[in-house]
Design a protein around this ligand. Structure first.
Ligand code: BGC
Length: 353
């Protein structure tokens, strides 16, 4: 299925402007900023509208950035903070489904869902659309059949997120950009790597795993997977996995992590093993967490990929606004990732301050 994408202008130079403007929304609706003062006093344009937000798990670094920015943006665009309820699914689908049912009972005006399991999307959509409440999925993309149902039934349901294939490809390109001579440390003509994956049923994890390696193969490089483990997006888990992996496979040349939290854990184990990134091993993540950007600048991580939580959260509030105003949205609202290496890490970091 061909995805319609809204391209965020995110070259390093233009980034701060993009940050201010947000990522455009798909249906041309204005963001109708209500103004901070009005919002704070509860008299913003949407102050009487209720928003229910379900996050799959609060203890997730990236989703914490996303939900914080989402709440601030909703308030700055005219919602009242008191009418925005954000709940923690604690990584349990039954808990989250209950939370969605509660939002329906309360009669909220729009529901935003970061699903625990994307495979539960059909059930969630059925619940929410039966109650005639518009629904915005974020971060974990439901499958193509589910998205097709929204269009076929003309439901007020959309997804805001990025195409994880792009992030995987960029991770691989960061390695390819170094040149094969540099990365093939043992000179055997192949790249020995280990892969640390996010949550198994998550499409971001699947695509990043597949497309990072594909980028090496597309460049004509032979690859040799020494280990592939599930780190569930978690730093401590990844730290342990990479420690085990490096001791079993000291010939590892590249460590691919599906996100930065896990790359930070990997870095702890790389250093504990007496290895040096950029010298005798290479390490890439995704998200551009502040700590990861600092590590890229310091040369302790080879690179990362900016997962633009600012553009995504702003597009989410724009989509919610369109729905509460009674207009519609496209069923897919996308945003581009940005490749981050030592030459642009500082400007990305500055733009996030
Ligand atoms: C992010 C991860 C995060 C996950 C949550 C991904 O897009 O890169 O850091 O844990 O979303 O679903």
């Amino acid at each position: 299925m061909k995805k319609k994408k809204i391209l965020c202008v995110l070259t390093a130079a233009a980034m701060s402007i993009a940050m201010l403007a947000g990522c455009g929304n798909s249906s041309g609706g204005s963001s109708d900023a209500g103004g901070d003062t009005a919002a704070a006093s509860g008299s913003g344009e949407y102050a009487d509208k209720k928003v229910g937000v379900c996050i799959y798990q609060f203890a997730d670094n990236f989703m914490t950035l996303f939900r914080t920015e989402l709440e601030n943006d909703l308030v700055s665009k005219g919602f009242s903070k008191d009418n925005i309820t954000i709940v923690d699914g604690a990584n349990d689908q039954a808990t989250q489904t209950n939370q969605i049912q509660n939002f329906i009972t309360q009669g909220v005006d729009v529901i935003i869902v970061n699903p625990v399991n994307s495979s539960s999307a059909a059930a969630i959509t059925d619940l929410v659309t039966a109650a005639n409440i518009p629904l915005v999925y974020i971060n974990r993309e439901p499958d193509a059949d589910e998205e097709k149902r929204w269009a076929d039934n003309n439901w007020n349901v959309t997804y805001v997120g990025c195409d994880a294939r792009q992030s995987g490809t960029m991770q691989g390109e960061i390695i390819v950009d170094l040149g094969k001579e540099t990365v093939d440390l043992n000179g055997d003509g192949k790249i020995q790597y280990i892969m640390i994956e996010g949550a198994p049923e998550n499409v971001d994890a699947q695509y990043r795993t597949e497309f990072s390696v594909k980028a090496l193969q597309d460049a004509g490089w032979e690859v040799d997977c020494l280990d592939d483990q599930v780190g569930n997006w978690d730093q401590a888990t990844a730290q342990q996995l990479v420690a085990n992996s490096l001791s079993a496979h000291p010939d590892t040349e590249v460590v691919f992590c599906n996100n930065d939290a896990m790359a930070l854990g990997a870095l702890q184990s790389i250093e504990a093993a007496g290895r040096t990134v950029g010298k005798d091993i290479y390490l890439v993540g995704v998200d551009a967490l502040t700590e990861a950007l600092e590590d890229v600048i310091a040369g302790k991580m080879t690179g990362t990929v900016f997962n633009d939580h600012i553009a995504q959260s702003h597009s989410t509030s724009d989509a919610a606004i369109n729905y509460v105003k009674g207009s519609t949205n496209e069923h897919y609202i996308g945003c581009d990732y940005v490749k981050v290496k030592s030459d642009n890490a500082q400007s990305i970091l500055d733009s996030l301050k």
